[in-house]
Design a protein around this ligand. Structure first.
Ligand code: SAM
Length: 380
C-alpha cells in the first residue's frame, strides 16, 4: 500500500502564506507536500493562513466553483466538521460574491461542531455561520439555499489506507446502514434547497450504493437532474462513474473521494437578501458563531475578543508586536512573555505580519488573551 500524501490549502485572504508544495490540479490554492511537517509548530497554521486538507477532498470545492453560479449566494454545508470543505467553500464564495454571501456550516454532533467553530474562527471569515442541528431542522427554511453541500457520513473505504479504524469497522451491514442514513439526510434537507438549486453530494467511500445509486435515488424520488460528470481531470487519475467523479487512493495522490451534483427541479425559492436569511436562521438555530465580535465591555474598557484578531475584518485597531518564531511559539504555548518597549494595554501579537492573538501588556509582564483550548500542548 502506498503512503498517504499530505496536502494543505492556502487561505487567499491571509496572504497565501504556508508550506510550499506541488499544485493540486483542481484547486489553485492546494499544495501537495513532500513530507508531513509538524503543523503544530508552525505559527502560520495557528494564524489560519492554511488548512490541512486531503487533496482529493478538495474536489468537492471544484464542483462547487464549477456549478454554483453567481452571487449573492446562500449556501448550506450540512455535514461540515471538522471544516475542510467549509473553509474551501468560504474562500470561493468570498472570491465569487465579495461580502454578499452566507455560508451556514452545520455539524450535528456537538463536540465536532465546537471543533468546526474553532477552525472557522482561524479561517477568519465572518460570513460563515456555524450551527449544530439535525438535517431535519433545515426543512422549515423552505427554498432558502441556492446550494447545499452534503458530505455525508459513509462507510469510509477511501480512508482505509490512512485510518485503521475505518478498516476495522467496515462490514456489509455498515454499508447498508450508511446508505439508508444518507438517503434520510438527503430527504430531510431537500425542502431547504431552492428550486433550480444545486446539491453537491459526496462521500469518502467507493461503494456504488452510497454514491451513484444514492444520487440517482435523490434525482428520482426527490426530483432533480443529475449534472453529468465531465472528464476534466482524467489525465490526473480522476475516474468517471455513472453519476459522478471518483478519486481512488493509490491512483491520485490523496485519499478516496466520490462527488456528484444534482440540480433541483420544482419546489419553492425563498426570495430575500443574505442578511434576511441569516436573521431567520439565527432566530431559530442559535448559531455557535457568526459575524464579528470585537469584544466585551468591562469596567469602561473593551476587552478584545480573541477571534477578532483572526477575523478577516480585523481593522488594525490595536498596536501590533511582530515576533520571531521562538516568541510566536512561546505565545501559543502560553509561556510568560514581556514586551517592556511596547505600549501598555492590549496589543496584537503577529508573526510575519499575521495576527495570532492579543495580550494585555502590563509592562513587567503580559496577560495572554489566547484561548486555553487552542494552546500548544507539545514541547516547543
Ligand atoms: N465535510 C467535512 C470536512 O470536509 O471536514 C467532513 C464531514 S464527515 C465526512 C461527515 C460528517 O457528518 C461528520 O462530521 C459526522 O459527525 C456527521 N454526521 C454523522 N451522522 C450524521 C447525521 N445523521 N446527519 C448529519 N450529519 C451526520
Amino acid at each position: 500500500m502506498s503512503e498517504a500524501s499530505v496536502s494543505v490549502r492556502l487561505n487567499p485572504f491571509k496572504g497565501l502564506s504556508g508550506p510550499e508544495g506541488a499544485p493540486v490540479p483542481w484547486n489553485r490554492y492546494g499544495r501537495i507536500l513532500d513530507a508531513r511537517p509538524v503543523f503544530t509548530l508552525d505559527p502560520l497554521f495557528h494564524a489560519g493562513c492554511y488548512y490541512v486538507q486531503d487533496s482529493s477532498a478538495m474536489f468537492v470545492g471544484h464542483l462547487f466553483r464549477k456549478y454554483a453560479g453567481k452571487g449573492p449566494l446562500k449556501v448550506l454545508d450540512l455535514c461540515a466538521a471538522p471544516g475542510g470543505k467549509t473553509t474551501d467553500l468560504a474562500a470561493s464564495l468570498r472570491e465569487m460574491c465579495g461580502d454578499d454571501f452566507l455560508l451556514v456550516s452545520n455539524e450535528v454532533m456537538k463536540d465536532r461542531a465546537r471543533i468546526l467553530s474553532d477552525n472557522v474562527a482561524l479561517w477568519g471569515d465572518p460570513a460563515v455561520m456555524v450551527t449544530s442541528a439535525d438535517p431535519a431542522a433545515f426543512a422549515s427554511f423552505e427554498g432558502m439555499f441556492d446550494v447545499i453541500v452534503c458530505d455525508a457520513p459513509c462507510s469510509g473505504e477511501g480512508m482505509f489506507r490512512k485510518d485503521e479504524r475505518a478498516r476495522r469497522e467496515w462490514s456489509p451491514a455498515v454499508v447498508d446502514l450508511c446508505c439508508a442514513r444518507q438517503k434520510r439526510i438527503l430527504a430531510d434537507v431537500w425542502p431547504a434547497l431552492a428550486d433550480d438549486g444545486l446539491m453537491i453530494y459526496s462521500t469518502c467511500t467507493y461503494e456504488k450504493s452510497e454514491n451513484d445509486d444514492n444520487l440517482r435515488w435523490a434525482a428520482g424520488e426527490l426530483s432533480g437532474e443529475i449534472l453529468p460528470p465531465e472528464d476534466e481531470f482524467g489525465s490526473y487519475g480522476v475516474e468517471l462513474t455513472e453519476c459522478g467523479s471518483l478519486l481512488r487512493d493509490g491512483v491520485v495522490p490523496g485519499e478516496g473521494q466520490w462527488a456528484g451534483a444534482l440540480r433541483k427541479t420544482g419546489g419553492r425559492r425563498m426570495r430575500g437578501s443574505v442578511v434576511a436569511a441569516a436573521q431567520i436562521i439565527r432566530d431559530r438555530l442559535h448559531p455557535l458563531r457568526y459575524g464579528v465580535n470585537r469584544g466585551v465591555g468591562k469596567a469602561g474598557k473593551l476587552i478584545p475578543d480573541p477571534d477578532f484578531a483572526l477575523s478577516l475584518q480585523y481593522d488594525n485597531s490595536y498596536p501590533a508586536i511582530d515576533v520571531d518564531l521562538h516568541t510566536a511559539l512561546a505565545y501559543l504555548h502560553h509561556d510568560a512573555l514581556r514586551f517592556p518597549d511596547a505600549p501598555r494595554g492590549f496589543n496584537l501579537i503577529t508573526y510575519l505580519g499575521h495576527p495570532l492573538g492579543f495580550v494585555n501588556n502590563l509592562g513587567t509582564r503580559c496577560n495572554t488573551l489566547h484561548p486555553l483550548s487552542r494552546r500548544i500542548l507539545m514541547d516547543i
